[in-house]
Design a protein around this ligand. Sequence first.
Ligand code: AMP
Ligand code: ZN
Length: 112
Amino acid sequence: MSECLFCKIAAGEIPSSKVYEDEICYAFHDIDPQAPAHFLVIPKAHIGSVAEVNGDNAGVVGHIFTVIAKVCQELGLESYRVVSNIGEQAGQSVFHLHFHVLSGRDMTWPPG
Ligand code: AMP
Ligand code: ZN
């Protein structure tokens, strides 16, 4: 069995607060929200990070972005930020590809 936390969440082996699900991806609320709205969108199949995106799995990433647009529209989020950290120095702590979607407050630029 995979020891990956987000593989377990996608499989329903670890509880999470679901936002959206289909056969390709799963979205759930971040356990430590950094904005009034903060959810994560992950592929169900394990990909380590954006650094592992290639011609074979790029369609999954494209699909995830259509889901982000649709879910944000349904939630009435007009302005939001999508973030993916790649590697420890950039702040990645879970090594299963995920896109943070943050909304509901003023954002600063550049990010820290
Ligand atoms: P990152 O640090 O960019 O790899 O993002 C990982 C995110 O996963 C962090 O924002 C955590 O708060 C979040 N996280 C960790 N464990 C869980 C969990 N069990 N359920 C929901 N979110 C989680
Ligand atoms: Zn995984």
